[in-house]
Design a protein around this ligand. Structure first.
Ligand code: NAD
Length: 338
């Protein structure tokens, strides 16, 4: 069987995850990776045995490539996504789709015009506890959802050491996409308005002009939610993340806590709870909810099916976080266009 050719634009930390899936999945071939940073493009090209480039045009003009992952930093998805979609490539874009509603709408419109598939990588929809929670809610096991509360945070090194672009994003743009998508997906409801408070202190002192922490209240059609995010979890926090979500219903409650993923290691000098459920090599095969949505997207292209995450849901996600950002700046309730 002829293999579909694939490519990745932006092969930093997360783009490499996409490259690894394409290199391993027998249905496709990783043809080429692209990164503005030549050293990184070359390194990943060598590691996954494919071509590499620093110019997106080399992918756009290659007629054999059908699927392209966009994993550039949060605020620069637009140009690469539009260029690839307009060249007829099916695109899977990292979350958030964009950091402005205007950019998100432009990407969706380019994909619709070119009649290509577009999916945003909300990978927690493949994360087993959330999948089970959705099934329980749909079965009516906790009655009608009334109130949700969730936290998703990162240890401070994510903001201070991982990225040069932290000041152009923030915990709200980097982490809320997951929590907010889960809330909308689990309840099947739309967010109507938001009110948010945040603090810029620790990261600002380190020269990174973004929020340390944000707390937001969301009013949905028939329920409400509180979400909280921090980019300054202390470096001594035993896990890279803090991640939990509770759904209170009329007849029950669901609690999910993924901060501890079932493994605690008291090593010689460190107490650690490793992040293992997203991706793990087990006997030479990759398992976890990180590769699954990328594999799902390949299947959708092969079988001409609509991906599980709809472009409109990804746009609403951006609308909600843009409204949160406005509320943070103005100190008042911000309405979400639905
Ligand atoms: N799904 C998740 O849980 C998850 C986790 C981490 C990151 N992400 C998302 O993935 C995206 C990338 O994040 P990351 O952690 O890999 O960041 P990163 O900084 O490690 O990698 C981004 C890469 O893109 C390259 N780049 C920048 N502009 C480019 C351009 N115009 N063309 C080509 N390459 C370009 C950079 O040189 C860098 O190598 C972000 O949107 C982020 O939110 C998702």
């Amino acid at each position: 069987m002829k293999k579909i050719k694939t490519a990745v634009v932006g092969v930093g930390i997360f783009g490499e995850e996409h490259a690894a899936v394409y290199a391993e999945d027998e249905r496709v071939e990783l043809a080429i990776v692209c990164d503005l940073n030549e050293k990184r493009a070359k390194e990943i090209g060598k590691k996954y045995n494919c071509s590499w480039t620093t110019k997106t045009g080399d992918i756009a003009t290659n007629k054999e490539i059908e699927i392209v992952s966009i994993a550039t930093p949060d605020f620069v998805h637009r140009d690469a996504a539009i260029e690839m979609a307009s060249s007829g490539k099916h695109i899977i874009v990292e979350k958030p789709l964009a950091t402005t509603v205007q950019d998100a709408e432009a990407i969706i419109s380019a994909a619709k015009k070119a009649k290509v598939k577009l999916m945003v990588d909300f990978h927690n929809r493949w994360n087993p506890p959330f999948v089970r929670a959705k099934e329980e809610i749909e079965k009516g096991n906790i009655g009608k959802p009334l109130m949700l509360s969730g936290k998703m945070s990162d240890r401070i090194e994510v903001a201070t050491k991982w990225f040069k672009w932290s000041g152009k994003s923030g915990p709200h743009w980097f982490l809320f996409p997951h929590l907010i998508d889960l809330i909308c997906w689990l309840t099947g409801e739309k967010v109507l308005d938001v009110y948010a408070i945040g603090k810029k202190e620790v990261l600002k002192k380190a020269g990174i002009d973004t929020y340390d922490l944000v707390q937001a209240m969301l009013k949905l059609e028939n329920c409400f939610a509180t979400v909280e995010t921090s980019w300054i979890l202390p470096s001594t926090w035993p896990s890279l993340i803090e991640f939990n979500l509770s759904v209170h219903g009329t007849e029950g409650r669901i609690d999910i806590d993924l901060t501890d993923q079932g493994l605690r290691i008291s090593g010689k000098n460190v107490y650690n709870m490793p992040f293992i459920s997203g991706k793990m090599e087990i006997y030479d095969r990759t398992h976890g909810f990180v590769p699954m949505p990328i594999k799902h997207f390949i299947g959708c292209v092969l079988k001409n099916k609509e991906p599980l995450v709809k472009p409109e849901e990804a746009l609403l996600n951006v609308r909600i976080i843009e409204a949160i950002t406005k509320s943070l700046q103005k100190g008042e309730v911000s309405f979400v266009k639905t």
